[in-house]
Structure formats: structure tokens, C-alpha cells
Design a protein around this ligand. Structure first.
Ligand code: SF4
Length: 328
């Protein structure tokens, strides 16, 4: 049974990912990359996770795609209509899981060996899955056509492709097994402005024509605005605000969201962005040293006593609009 549109494809509940990291003095620090994240991606939905470097958004993408086992919390995938914990799978069942969840990496220059031929980039994963001969050729042609790369490129080496063509090839490889979910980690951040729109259009068509859900990880709110139906803002491993795109940009409520919007040159025209005093705005703290209380209080221009002592929960302030701030 296939899940219907609007029903969850993958769901995270209170997911934490902690790492221990050594230092030159031999002390081991606890890095809290994710610190209690609950969210879901619905069937055929486009979701964006937005945050600065160090917010934990790439770790979140890796948890969803099955590459990063959580320290605690639940991950449940409904790819075939029934619930499965991907981290309990072994052997063949695990391989099947990876076919359903494809990954598009940030840097098309390091995602694929530049000395490989394009045909081999696509042929080898199929071979590992036992697909060869005519069936493999058919799939390769299908994904090349899907990403609008002419078949003549199959004989090219990867280093002969442009940045945009490489990212199309990365997406083609992620589509080889007809996945139900793509996790796209900063898919346009390394591309020229002229190519960004092309790749976003391609991901849009993958979603609308193939019914593939897309979870996009991005630091650019402008990219999330043109792409996503639902947006989550992540800060030091926790979701600060979550809403559908229209509500998010017409009624941003969390001071951190307002700060990100105010810092986005492409979104300065939005009248909904309140003035944010800049004097307290500084760099994101380390996830090895998360501030107590509201973790945003060291940068928040509106912080008051309670913010330093108690952590605000993520609560629904309007249907479908959640905010973690004592002022809401
Ligand atoms: Fe700012 Fe306090 Fe709200 Fe945190 S809880 S965002 S510190 S006002």
C-alpha cells in the first residue's frame, strides 16, 4: 500500500545526535548536533530546514536519509505504507531502505570522482543492486532524460562537465532507484546565480512529476521561499519556528527567524520583517557549549530574565505554526 499525499513519509520524534570530540588537551567535549528534534516529511511534500552553519541541519538530513544513527529518539519511515525504523534494518532490508531515500550533496565537485565516466557513475550503483544489461541501460537513459542531460554526455568524464551539469548528474544518480524521498543538502549553494533556478526547477519537477518528497537543507531563506511548502528553522540542534511557507514569510514570529530574514539581501523587500536591533547579533555559539535557558538568548535583542533560566518549548501559536519563544 502506498501512502497518500498528506500522510507522513518519514517522522522524527525527539531525535538527539550527540558526538564526543577530543581536543588537543585530551579533554573530550560533548557536541550536541541535534538536541530533541521532532518533525515529519509528508508524502509528495517539499520541506526546507533552514539555519546557519553549526545549526545541525546537515546532521538532520543525514538522520533522515539513514546515514546517521540518532543517540536517542525515534525515526519512523512509511515508504511502503507501514512503519519501519531504518536504524533497525539489516542486510537486504537496509539496502532497500537506501533505494527509497536518495541524497543530493552540496558540492557537485566532490560528490563524484571527476575521473569517472558519466555512464559508470550511473552504472556502478545499478550493478551493486544486481541491475545490468538492457534494464540498466533503460534506467540510465530515463534518469539522464529526467535531469535534461543529453545521452552524448554518457561518454564524457565527470571533469568535463560544468558545475550545473555535475549537479544534474548527482540528482540523476539519486533518482536511479525511483526513491520516494530526496534529501538535498545545500543543492544550489555552490552554483552561480544563473544555475540556481535551473536546479530548483529540476527538483520541483522531480517532486511534481515523480511524486518524490524533497527535504532541502539550506542556509538561504530565499531558496526555501521559492521551493518549500513547509519550513523549519533550526538553531543549535533545536527547531525554533515551523510553519507553512506562506504563513512563515507573512508572519515570522521567532526573533531568530526575524534575524535571518533581515540578513537575507534577497528578502529585504518583505514588509513583514520587523526591525531587529543589530548590537547583540553575533556568531552562533558552539554546539559543545549550548547556552542555558533559551539557547538563542545570547544573541536575542529581546531576551529577559526567564530566557536565561528556562528553555521555551516549541508550541503551536496558530494552526500549523509553531514557535519556541517565551514572548509567543
Ligand atoms: Fe529571545 Fe527569550 Fe524568545 Fe529566546 S525566549 S527568542 S531569548 S525572547
Amino acid at each position: 500500500m502506498q501512502p497518500a499525499g498528506g500522510s507522513p513519509l518519514i517522522e522524527l520524534k525527539d531525535v538527539k545526535v550527540y558526538f564526543k570530540k577530543g581536543s588537543i588537551f585530551g579533554k573530550r567535549k560533548l557536541i550536541k548536533a541535534l538536541d530533541g528534534v521532532s518533525m515529519k516529511v509528508n508524502f509528495k511534500e517539499k520541506v526546507a530546514i533552514v539555519g546557519e552553519t553549526g545549526s545541525g541541519k546537515t546532521t538532520l538530513g543525514r538522520v533522515v536519509v539513514g546515514l546517521q544513527r540518532p543517540t536517542s529518539g525515534e525515526v519512523t519511515a512509511y515508504f511502503n505504507g507501514y512503519p519501519v525504523n531504518p536504524y533497525s534494518l539489516k542486510g537486504r532490508a537496509k539496502k532497500e531502505y537506501f533505494k527509497n531515500a536518495g541524497m543530493v550533496y552540496q558540492d557537485p565537485y566532490s560528490a563524484i570522482d571527476p575521473l569517472m565516466r558519466v555512464r559508470d557513475v550511473l552504472r556502478i550503483p545499478l550493478l551493486y543492486a544486481g541491475i545490468k544489461g538492457e534494464e540498466a541501460d533503460k534506467r540510465i537513459k530515463e534518469v539522464m532524460s529526467r535531469v535534461s542531460l543529453s545521452e552524448e554526455y554518457l561518454s564524457y568524464y565527470v571533469f568535463q562537465l560544468s558545475g550545473g551539469q555535475r549537479q544534474r548528474l548527482v540528482i540523476a544518480r539519486a533518482l536511479l532507484f525511483n526513491p520516494k524521498l530526496l534529501v538535498a543538502d545545500e543543492p544550489v549553494s555552490m552554483l552561480d546565480a544563473s544555475l540556481k533556478g535551473d536546479i530548483l526547477d529540476l527538483l520541483n519537477s522531480v517532486n511534481s512529476d515523480m511524486g518524490v518528497s524533497v527535504l532541502m537543507v539550506t542556509h538561504e531563506l530565499a531558496v526555501a521561499k521559492v521551493f518549500a511548502q513547509r519550513i523549519h528553522v533550526l538553531y543549535l540542534g533545536k527547531i525554533m519556528e515551523s510553519a507553512n511557507s506562506e504563513e512563515f514569510f507573512s508572519n515570522p514570529l521567532h526573533p531568530y527567524t526575524q534575524l535571518l530574514l533581515a540578513a537575507s539581501p534577497d528578502l529585504k523587500h518583505l514588509r513583514t520583517i520587523p526591525e531587529i536591533p543589530l548590537k547583540k547579533v553575533s556568531e552562533i555559539p558552539s554546539s559543545a557549549n549550548i547556552p542555558p535557558g533559551c539557547r538563542f538568548h545570547t544573541r536575542c535583542p529581546f531576551a529577559f530574565d526567564k530566557c536565561i533560566k528556562e528553555e521555551p518549548p516549541l508550541k503551536e501559536v496558530k494552526e500549523g505554526h509553531e514557535v519556541a519563544c517565551w514572548l509567543r
